[in-house]
Design a protein around this ligand. Structure first.
Ligand code: F6R
Length: 361
């Protein structure tokens, strides 16, 4: 049942090229995005509120960058346990998006009910029969298949994919994404499964790094732009299954506090594809190295050529279009957590104190 893998988590990480191709096949037809007819017309939406817990929340935090960039819609993202007790104003043109793998998370469901009479509700779920799916105006399945490992992996990347498709539709509805740009984005999307398979090839290299990370007490994750939510997700994944204390920060926040933690014993994992923001991240990385911090740079070929000097470890990813980079870089984030946990000998699929579906508050 684990398909030759040692853990469900390993199987589910490895499945991502296939499940993403599957999800794409469900939502693309003749090179065009085909969402249900009841999908909102984003020309009529003036604000989006996205609500979820844990990893699903980080998928929302990533999608915020996409909705803003592609569609120019203001987006607010909140954790469900806060949103459900807030008096967050909701306007007549507010769209509320709830993201949940299980579709049964108590706080997310309560947050949905909190706005259900006031806003249009779209949910992004893995279980189409779930409570959250049933109580939504529209439920979009992510087609990840059953996820058994407690730490979410393939559901995260499938959530990202469906949210990206929604953001692209929003950009079209609002006349901000041209035909030509759309053709480019479509090409990026179709290249995604193949690129994910290439990213998986870094597994052995990541394992070597993880054996060393397993000795650390504290690990920091840094990223800028859409790599910032991924830094948070990488830290969460590592904490959950390896029990090593980890924190994710926006690279630019480093000097506002966390840099005080840096010394020889603190590895700092930096997600930085060679994009427009690369140089900024590299200068943050150099601040870390100047204080003896051990940098693990996760980047592409060009990034490795330009910035490997002084790094403790460099993990190379295939070169990807910027738009889909957060989906691809999820793989090294997951593999770093996985191999570190295996090196520590923890119960990877059933980490202590955690449940797969959190149906109580
Ligand atoms: C992390 C993880 C959790 C869930 C969270 C929400 O690896 O699995 O943080 O993402 O409990 O669960 P769902 O998506 O089922 O609402």
């Amino acid at each position: 049942e684990k398909g030759g893998h040692k853990h469900f988590m390993a199987k589910e990480i490895a499945e991502q090229p296939t499940v993403l191709a599957d999800a794409l096949a469900h939502y693309l037809n003749d090179g065009a995005i085909t969402l249900p007819e009841t999908t909102p017309d984003f020309a009529e939406v003036d604000r989006i509120v996205m609500v979820a817990c844990g990893t699903a929340y980080y998928a929302c935090a990533t999608a915020k960058y996409w909705f803003e960039q592609l569609a120019g819609i203001p987006v607010e993202v909140d954790v469900a346990s806060e949103y459900r007790y807030r008096d967050a104003p909701v306007g007549p043109k507010t769209l509320a998006i709830f993201v949940s793998q299980s579709g049964e998370t108590a706080d997310t469901l309560a947050a949905l009910r909190h706005v259900a009479t006031r806003a249009r509700i779209v949910s992004v779920v893995n279980v189409p029969e779930s409570s959250i799916a049933r109580e939504s105006d529209l439920a979009l399945p992510i087609f990840a298949g059953a996820e058994i490992g407690v730490a979410s992996t393939k559901a995260f990347t499938c959530q990202l994919l469906v949210l990206l498709l929604l953001a692209l539709k929003a950009g079209r509805d609002r006349g901000r994404v041209t035909d030509e740009a759309m053709a480019g984005h479509m090409a990026s999307l179709s290249s995604l499964p193949g690129l994910m398979a290439q990213a998986l090839a870094a597994s052995e290299r990541i394992e070597e790094t993880s054996v060393k990370l397993a000795e650390a007490q504290d690990i920091l994750f840094l990223g800028r732009g859409s790599m910032f939510p991924l830094a948070l997700e990488g830290a969460l994944k590592l904490k959950e299954i390896s029990y090593i204390h980890a924190e994710g920060y926006a690279s630019g926040e480093l000097k506002h506090g966390p840099i005080a933690l840096i010394d020889r014993s603190v590895p700092v994992i930096v997600f930085a594809p060679r994009t427009a923001l690369f140089d900024k991240t590299v200068s943050n990385m150099q601040e870390v190295m100047a204080r003896g911090g051990k940098v693990v740079l996760v980047t592409d070929r060009l990034g490795a050529v330009e910035a490997s000097e002084g790094c403790w470890q460099v993990i190379e990813m295939p070169t990807v279009p910027e738009l889909i980079a957060p989906v691809l870089y999820a793989i090294p984030a997951q593999l770093l957590a996985y191999h570190t946990a295996v090196a520590k000998g923890t119960d990877v699929d059933q980490p202590r104190n955690l449940a797969k579906s959190v149906t109580v508050e």
